[in-house]
Design a protein around this ligand. Structure first.
Ligand code: FE2
Ligand code: FE2
Length: 185
């Protein structure tokens, strides 16, 4: 397995843990209890930045190369970049619903529940498509030279000072969210 795919799969694992945390809070909300809003804010802090900054650019490059190598295979699939824009939208929508609840604005309970459910469903469906279809196709089609070219481009784009600090911050945030969630459980 390439380093890039290994890192992308690890990101999916990490995101999956955060989605499970959100789902537990949603169950709590559905039972009429008060969810831990700090935990949800933490997950949103993570999901509003980490995927678009660190995760999706890598996937977009892999997908672009896959498209060049095997257009027929990608023809029937949704455009990954468009999916990433949709994910950003549903995440912002979830953030807006949460902010409204916290500001005591008149938000019907159902609106918050729906925005949260939509966020979970869209993320899970998207990760499923990548894990089950796109990544195996990329593994089958891209050569070592393709992966090296993507690695080189990622390296060239990288701002070490900003990116290393950013990655460390998001890893710490994730650990913190999981620790809070365990305390709550
Ligand atoms: Fe993606
Ligand atoms: Fe992904």
């Amino acid at each position: 397995m390439t380093n890039i795919l290994a890192a992308l799969r690890q990101d999916h694992c990490n995101l999956g843990q955060l989605l499970a945390v959100v789902e537990r809070q949603l169950d709590c909300f559905d039972r009429g209890e008060t969810p831990d809003y700090d935990i949800l804010l933490g997950v949103l802090d993570y999901c509003l930045t980490y995927p678009d900054h660190y995760h999706h650019p890598k996937e977009d490059m892999v997908y672009t190369r896959l498209r060049q190598l095997d257009p027929a295979r990608t023809e029937s699939l949704d455009d990954l970049q468009a999916e990433h824009r949709t994910l950003a939208e549903v995440t912002r929508h979830f953030a807006k619903a949460l902010r409204s609840v916290l500001q005591d604005l008149e938000v019907p309970r159902e609106t918050f529940g729906q925005a949260t459910r939509e966020f979970l469903e869209k993320y899970r469906q998207h990760i499923g498509l990548e894990e089950n279809v796109i990544f195996p196709a990329a593994e089958a089609c891209l050569t070592a030279a393709d992966w090296n070219a993507i690695e080189a481009e990622l390296k060239a784009r990288r701002d070490p000072l900003f990116d290393d600090k950013g990655e460390a911050r998001y890893a710490a945030l994730r650990a913190e969210i999981l620790a809070w969630a365990n305390e709550d459980a």
